[in-house]
Write a new protein. Sequence first.
Length: 254
Amino acid sequence: MNTVSLDGGQPIMILIPLSGDSPLPHKISYSVSPLYELAASLHALAQETPDPRLADWAADVLAGFRAARIQSDWEYFRPMFTRAIPDAFDPVQTRGVMAVDDQYNYFFTLSEEAFVDNLRPMLDAWETRCEDVPLAADLREDPAFVKGRFNLFLSTYWQLFFASQWEALAPRFVREAERIHLSLRSLDEITSYLRIIDPRFRYDDEQEQLVWENGDPDAQPVQQLVLSPSHFYTAAASLINKGETAHLLYRFEQ
């Protein structure tokens, strides 16, 4: 996943041709991925010190793990989410995987090779630190076993803990989608809204293009911008560049 983080990572400037005559909804759209939110929530749970705004929720869920007797499963899979979110949950890759049955099918049909490849960066990190991580050893010896156990854990987590959380969050995502839709009435409105999300956005009147700029001279022209709000994403914002489309992943708290 080619991610450009606003608080670090590879510098790049994104350019989106956008004029007053452009049909703005064709250039800027909205997307949400329940699977990414699920993974981001597990990433938040995996931190030694959770984000303050998620601390009470994390304490309740971890207590629920113990009550549901899946604490050992969580400790087994926790290294998978401690440092990063596996690419299999990439909000671009999982875009459109909305229904619960589709989410289950997404992972059940993911090949063992793809499953292991998604965890390769974490495997390398564990090896570098010479940590004794049972998950890493099992992935090398029996990836089918790990994948099956992971599918079961993910299903249990969704049913017992995340489904109700997602239902509670859904109206907030709807309101964010409505705000984006209303902002697309004019260039000024959408530029102002994007600058609220991230002040590095600006509109270049002379070139008639929307610019995400971080001071680096290198520029990547794209044709579309997809806004992906997230409740559990803990960084400020990041750009995921996929060919001619840039996906802005950002935290919202409304």
